[in-house]
Design a binder for this molecule. Structure first.
Ligand SMILES: Cc1cc2nc3c(=O)[nH]c(=O)nc-3n(C[C@H](O)[C@H](O)[C@H](O)COP(=O)(O)O)c2cc1C
Length: 405
């Protein structure tokens, strides 16, 4: 195998160049203001990550509709958004010449009840998991043709806004059981009109969103999508269907597809990484490579430098995506590129909380981002404990504060 150095640039179909092969995948930062505007803390976090060597930083999910948030402290693009706050964030996050893409999302039925008691979704299927028993989600309603059209336009408007604010690309969140993947999955899309039924119909929404974004941002602006390799649920979106969607994306033209998997009902994307389980979706990527020719980023469980380099060398992927290790060491990308570290480390789990289906590590990642945003060391033990506590208090308190944007 010819080694492909981690710092080899990558030219995307739109003509943009990623300076190297490591990307920070999206992580919901929970650092927006109470009005869903970017904060100074958020800009400080991205300034730190920009100095950390990744060629591409993808923001945590930014909502395209303030009535559909994934958490109260999300950032949202609204008709009255102050673009200057977004500009500050973009400047900080591109300080060192890396790309900074805004991830655009609509959570659909995965919108918490305290934000929306009847969120828009393809069909009326409620999420089934622990949180449903706690009545965490509202009863979704099936969007009509006009609502679907409005959501597609909101994605396009948000993308144009991101471009004007100085972000260097956008990524549509098409994975993890949010709205775009709800349309793709036969478990959540029970429609019999042109938006449901066959895979061609279920994929129409994702393709329409990408097409409208392209019209809004022009030909030379990077557009990516995060896509599930599968739902990992019986009767759900399968690996075979996912590969057929890749074929459609190749036909339509896309700059970068990021592969992940799972949803709130099957949190495989947040699996624990250990000696027996690493690079969760690498086998899928290898198979996909034989089928399609599109730039591919793969995220989930990449930790060993040798596995990253081998995957690049044998052509399984073009960009290595990583999320949780960036909250433990904001310079993990540069350390891997320079060979200073052979293995990226996860933040520790919260003692006593067990795994909670990946939630313990996710909460710790949120706490670590909070510390980084304050300019503190994420390895400061006392700081960690208080940051976890603060994150828990804030999220719990938000459940009791009805929010009507
Ligand atoms: C705290 C946290 C928040 C996340 N938020 C998002 C998000 O907003 N959008 C997204 O596509 N993925 C999100 N993810 C998933 C990550 O992008 C990634 O797919 C997952 O963590 C697996 O990669 P890793 O093993 O390198 O951490 C989140 C993960 C964590 C831990």
């Amino acid at each position: 195998m010819t080694p492909v150095p981690l710092n080899k640039p990558l030219m995307l179909p739109c003509g943009a160049m990623l300076p190297n092969r490591i990307a920070k995948a999206a992580m919901s930062e929970h650092l927006g203001s109470s009005k869903q505007s970017p904060t100074r803390d958020l800009a400080r976090l991205y300034e730190r990550w920009s100095a950390g060597g990744a060629g591409l930083l993808i923001t945590g999910n930014v909502m395209i509709d303030p009535a559909h948030l994934e958490a109260v402290r999300n950032v949202a693009v609204k008709p009255d958004s102050n673009i200057d706050r977004f500009r500050e964030w973009a400047v900080a996050g591109t300080n060192h010449g890396n790309h900074l893409w805004m991830q655009l999302n609509h959570p659909g039925r995965q919108t918490p009840r305290h934000i929306n008691t009847s969120p828009g979704a393809p069909s009326t299927v409620e999420p089934v998991n622990l949180l449903r028993r706690a009545k965490a989600f509202g009863q979704p309603h099936a969007m009509d043709e006009a609502e679907i059209g409005e959501v597609i336009q909101s994605f396009a408007r948000a993308a144009a806004f991101a471009k004007t604010a100085g972000f260097t690309g956008v990524q549509v969140h098409g994975a993890h059981g949010y709205l775009v993947s709800q349309f793709l999955s036969p478990l959540t899309n029970l429609r019999s009109d042109r938006w449901g039924g066959s895979l061609e119909h279920r994929a129409r929404f994702a393709r329409a969103v990408l097409a409208e974004i392209r019209k809004a941002v022009g030909d030379d602006f990077p557009i990516g999508i995060k896509l599930n390799s599968a739902d990992f649920q019986r009767g759900g979106f399968t690996e075979e269907e996912s590969m057929r969607v890749l074929g459609m994306l190749q036909e339509d033209g896309i700059d970068l597809v990021e592969i992940s998997g799972g949803s709130y009902e099957s949190r495989v994307m947040l699996d624990k990484v250990d000696n027996t389980r690493e690079a969760f979706f690498l086998d899928y990527a290898k198979k996909a490579r034989a089928e399609v020719d599109i730039p591919m980023m793969v995220t989930g469980g990449f930790r060993a430098r040798s596995i990253m380099c081998d995957a690049l060398a044998d052509g399984s992927l073009d960009v290595v995506g990583m999320a949780r290790p960036f909250t433990n060491n904001p310079s993990v990308a540069q350390d891997l590129i320079d060979g200073r570290t052979e293995r990226a480390e996860d933040p520790p789990a919260i003692p006593g909380l067990g795994r909670l289906g990946g939630m313990s590590e996710a909460m710790m990642s949120v706490a670590q981002m909070r510390l980084l945003a304050k300019g503190k060391s994420p390895t400061l033990l006392l700081g960690r404990a208080s940051a976890v506590f603060a994150a828990l208090v804030e999220e719990t308190a938000s459940l009791f504060k009805p929010k009507r944007p």
